[in-house]
Design a protein around this ligand. Structure first.
Ligand code: FEO
Length: 173
């Protein structure tokens, strides 16, 4: 049985993960509007992955006898000055999510909830990947500068990203 404090914190993270999904969907719309379809594809995949994160926590709360809750989601930012600005927002956002996950782990440890601590370790590792992948694009876009050719190449590369459902991913790991 989940302690209420842990249950509420997990529900808050579900909301944060759905908010993350909405930010990336909003970025997909932005990239679509400026004809960078590869970047839009990358963001659509990211959107789905964030929904998977939310559902993973949602399901865990229920499995532990908690009461999962669905809350209002704030509207995400809709416009950016450039592709670089959008990916910088993504990187900054992921660092914020990492801090939230760390806070959840701290809470689980403080409450001696070893199962939740164990469950959260997947997210601790995932955040390393999340930060690294957003930062890698930021660095590439910085190198590209104002070169249209380089931007085109990056867009084509990011467009190759494919969504892998969680079950298939677990089998591949
Ligand atoms: Fe769910 Fe991008 O962290």
């Amino acid at each position: 049985m989940l302690k209420k404090k842990i249950q509420d914190a997990l529900n808050k993270q579900v909301t944060a993960e759905i908010y993350s999904a909405h930010i990336y969907l909003s970025m997909a719309a932005y990239f679509g509007s400026i004809n960078l379809s590869g970047m839009a594809t990358w963001m659509r995949v990211q959107y789905k992955e964030e929904l998977d994160h939310a559902m993973k926590i949602f399901d865990y709360a229920i499995e532990r006898g908690g009461r999962a809750a669905v809350k209002a989601i704030d509207a995400p930012q809709a416009e950016w000055q450039s592709p670089l600005a959008a990916f910088e927002t993504a990187y900054k956002h992921e660092r914020k999510v990492t801090a939230m996950i760390d806070g959840l782990v701290d809470l689980a440890v403080a409450e001696s909830d070893h199962a939740t601590n164990n469950f959260l370790q997947w997210f601790v590792s995932e955040q390393v990947e999340e930060e690294a992948s957003a930062d890698a694009v930021v660095q590439k876009l910085k190198l590209a500068g104002t070169s249209g050719g380089a931007l085109f190449m990056i867009d084509r590369e990011l467009g190759a990203r494919v969504y892998t459902p969680p079950a298939a991913k677990a089998e591949a790991d």
